[in-house]
Design a protein around this ligand. Structure first.
Ligand SMILES: CC(C)(COP(=O)(O)OP(=O)(O)OC[C@H]1O[C@@H](n2cnc3c(N)ncnc32)[C@H](O)[C@@H]1OP(=O)(O)O)[C@@H](O)C(=O)NCCC(=O)NCCS
Length: 154
């Protein structure tokens, strides 16, 4: 597996991958605007460089000494092979190297795969946001997680 940066020109591919993982997919235009925004970047996973097909993506945004993961998605057929963990750790490494102290994210309490993955990467719960997600009319709380890039694993 190779992990590499992806620019706004790959927004259409990233949008297709995002749609395989989320009920409310982000359009290519939304992803292009996000990646093009201040402090934001995308990393993708694939088998070749440049990748013929992308098996995973992570979008993150830095704001001074903090950063947040905006989204993480792995193609259904590529899951449980370390792609999500590889992308999360590569993102953390990149931010640590740039002097960022803390990396945050939100995950639904109903998303055990994501919660387990982030715990495996060293994230710890930092709080909860009540009724943060709307799953077709059903409200779901979010867990806010934080990775200390100085002392946390890896
Ligand atoms: C969550 C997601 C990104 C995980 O990606 P992945 O590539 O399958 O994860 P990895 O293979 O790197 O898993 C690393 C570890 O996380 C944990 N984990 C991952 N998926 C899991 C699952 N379905 N159930 C339990 N633990 C899981 C395990 O500890 C795993 O290690 P192991 O396989 O050695 O047991 C993927 O399931 C996905 O795209 N889901 C839909 C989108 C989503 O929910 N994104 C996160 C939004 S916050």
């Amino acid at each position: 597996m190779r992990i590499m940066p992806a620019g706004p020109e790959r927004a259409a591919e990233l949008s297709r991958l995002h749609a395989l993982s989320f009920d409310k997919p982000w359009s290519a235009a939304e992803i292009e605007a996000l990646i093009g925004g201040a402090g934001a970047f995308a990393l993708v996973a694939g088998e070749s460089s440049p990748p013929d097909s992308i098996t995973g993506m992570i979008l993150a945004r830095r704001l001074f000494e903090e950063a947040e993961i905006l989204t993480l998605a792995v193609a259904p057929q590529a899951r449980r092979q370390g792609v999500g963990q590889g992308l999360t750790l590569a993102c953390a490494d990149l931010l640590r190297g740039a002097g960022v102290q803390s990396l945050f994210l939100e995950a639904g309490v109903d998303n055990p795969a994501a919660l387990a993955l982030y715990q495996a990467c060293g994230f710890v719960e930092a709080g909860r946001r009540r009724d943060y997600y709307d799953r077709g009319g059903r409200k779901v709380d979010a867990v806010v997680m934080r990775l200390d890039l100085n002392t946390g694993r890896p």
